[in-house]
Design a protein around this ligand. Structure first.
Ligand code: ZN
Length: 309
């Protein structure tokens, strides 16, 4: 299949919109991905990406706990528990504003030291990047929901199958190519210290395509819950091109983050840095903030969600 050079959070069609920066109207988040108000959010994706409405394994989903099939790791072909390995301190990470939120890119030499295997996965997967989805307030923001309940945000750790594929983009477009770990963030009085290493630097990547080396080394195990009970199901990327290539592994237990940390995320911009004053003399309006960037739950169809405990 004709694989375009994309990454799950760099939909190629964004670039078609770059010329908008020279127009009087600044590029808004809604032009790119997700704002329902102006009619170009997820409900408009099917126009360019028919799979958005025609696909039978789209993500995210509402996880109905009563309908899940409880199983042990023995159920899966690998017949062993999910296994995760991450260096205790990852350095040389890059924080990026991808146009609809922040992303942390993992360089190949660090990715080589990561491992995700076992459980529902066949073969070896390695971490390429992680990013976050959030809402304009803490009553929504996660992409997956549990019995209809949203969390304030959701972290996605994107891994690709390095046994079967030679590069991330090939894996992203192929069944079995990606495995994404989902971690719910719950708004709480206590901040997550590891997440602060990222949120404290978001002001340095306020604008689309800005990137900066993370100043602190990150222990991403601290961005995951202690209890690794999870749900798993076959799904898709949650942003265009929405490839149905993802084995989802969503941890049941959320981790805590503070309102202040969430507020830092909501100050990000979805457009490139513009001159303060536009051609027509107006200021860049606030609608260009990435106030929310989650896709709502999609139909489950005949898929089975497995609860692995
Ligand atoms: Zn995501």
């Amino acid at each position: 299949m004709g694989v375009k050079p994309i990454s799950p959070h760099h939909p190629h069609y964004q670039h078609q919109h770059n010329h908008h920066r020279h127009h009087h109207q600044p590029l808004k988040y809604c032009d790119v991905i997700n704002n329902i108000a102006n009619g170009s959010g997820p409900e408009m994706w099917p126009e360019k990406y028919p799979i958005a409405s025609q696909g039978k394994r789209q993500s995210p989903i509402d996880i109905r706990t009563g309908d899940c099939e409880r199983c042990s790791p023995q159920h899966f072909p690998a017949r062993r528990a999910l296994e995760m390995e991450y260096p205790s301190h990852m350095d040389n990470l890059t924080l990026v504003n991808g146009g609809h939120g922040w992303r942390v890119d993992v360089p190949p030499e660090i990715a080589q030291k990561t491992l995700l295997t076992g459980g529902p996965l066949e073969g070896t997967y390695r971490l390429a990047q992680f990013h976050c989805h959030w809402g304009k307030n803490s009553s929504c923001g996660s992409e997956h929901t549990v019995d209809g309940k949203s969390y304030a945000a959701e972290l996605h750790f994107v891994h690709w199958n390095t046994d079967k594929f030679s590069c991330f983009n090939d894996a992203a477009a192929a069944d079995g190519g990606l495995a994404v770990l989902g971690v719910f963030l719950r708004s709480s009085p206590e901040a997550n210290n590891e997440l602060s290493k990222i949120t404290s630097m978001l002001c340095e990547v306020a604008f689309k395509d800005q990137r900066v080396p993370l100043r602190h080394r990150i222990d991403i195990r601290k961005l995951m819950p202690d209890n690794k009970v999870y749900w798993t199901y076959p799904g898709s990327l949650t942003t265009p091109p929405l490839y149905e290539s993802v084995t989802w592994i969503v941890f049941r237990e959320p981790i805590n983050c503070s309102e202040e940390q969430l507020q830092c995320m909501r100050t990000m911009r979805c457009h490139e840095k513009l001159n303060e004053i536009l051609d027509d003399g107006t200021q860049n309006p606030d609608e260009s903030l990435v106030l929310e960037n989650f896709r709502p739950p999609q139909p489950l169809y005949d898929r089975i969600v497995r609860y692995v405990a």
